[in-house]
Design a binder for this molecule. Structure first.
Ligand code: IPE
Ligand code: IPE
Ligand code: MG
Length: 245
């Protein structure tokens, strides 16, 4: 029996961002170590990439490791770093084949040489992808992003190559790590928490927020489609009035 095509009528978000949360609780509920949850979380991302393409998403940004996740036990941090390194190496050919262009936002300089090398290779190998822009936020913090942008602008002003009065949103956004990405239309957080945890703070200014209790390892194409249907039902006003008024 052929499975029904997942249909999403109505307005589609251009840019979907996901806080992939709940790996640890997924594992605990199964009596497994947290690492098993992270491994299963990587598989969920593998499902979400083709699902996003099939559903017509152009930009997908996922939170893989925050600047605050270094506070976790070192064994978990090491496991996550190893998983990311293996993931990038193993999945790059598939990303290329699917037409995915990879991008990484965050301070990669704090990552191991091996991981940095893997990232650099994956970025260049996927550079021609034109089906989906996949951005992985790695050692990323929203406040840190805004602060580094301010620092870069201050440096330009100091050097005299930019006037302070010329700094507007366009100039500022060009210094954010997300430069070139459209604003986030839909922010999804799995794992039942209702907070942003220092994700794309500036970039989510008019994002529709969608929270689900599902843990990330259980999140699949149908869940993404449900979030897109909910997005289509929302009325975005951007400070204006309802259409009828
Ligand atoms: C999200 O799952 C993955 C990362 C933050 C790296 P968690 O590890 O935060 O899982 P919970 O929130 O403890 O269930
Ligand atoms: C946010 O999840 C970071 C990622 C999903 C990578 P956390 O699990 O770290 O967030 P808090 O600690 O619950 O706010
Ligand atoms: Mg968590």
């Amino acid at each position: 029996v052929k499975k029904a095509v997942t249909e999403v009528p109505g307005a589609l978000p251009v840019h979907v961002a996901i806080i992939m949360d709940g790996n640890g609780r997924w594992a605990r509920e199964r009596g497994k170590p947290r690492s098993a949850g992270h491994r299963e979380g990587a598989k969920a991302l593998n499902r979400l990439v083709p699902a996003s393409i099939e559903l017509g998403i152009k930009y997908l940004t996922v939170f893989a490791f925050s600047v605050d996740n270094w506070r976790r036990p070192s064994a978990e941090v090491s496991f996550l770093m190893g998983l990311l390194r293996r993931y990038i190496r193993a999945e790059t050919p598939t990303l290329v084949e699917k037409g995915v262009r990879l991008r990484v936002i965050g301070d990669v300089s704090r990552l191991s040489e091996a991981l940095q090398a893997g990232i650099a290779r994956a970025l260049s190998e996927t550079a021609a992808g034109d089906k989906l822009n996949l951005t992985v936020a790695l050692n990323y913090g929203g406040q840190e992003d805004v602060v580094q942008a301010a620092r870069r602008i201050a440096a330009k002003v100091e050097k005299g190559i930019l006037r302070a009065s010329a700094v507007d949103k366009i100039v500022f956004e060009a210094e954010l790590l997300s430069a070139g990405l459209p604003p986030v239309d839909l922010l999804i957080r799995t794992g039942a928490e209702m907070r942003l945890s220092n994700f794309l703070l500036y970039q989510c200014s008019y994002a529709e927020l969608y929270f689900t209790e599902k843990y990330w390892p259980d999140f699949g194409k149908e869940d993404l489609a449900e979030a897109l249907r909910e997005f289509a039902r929302r009325e975005r006003r951007f400070g204006s009035l309802r259409k009828e008024e």
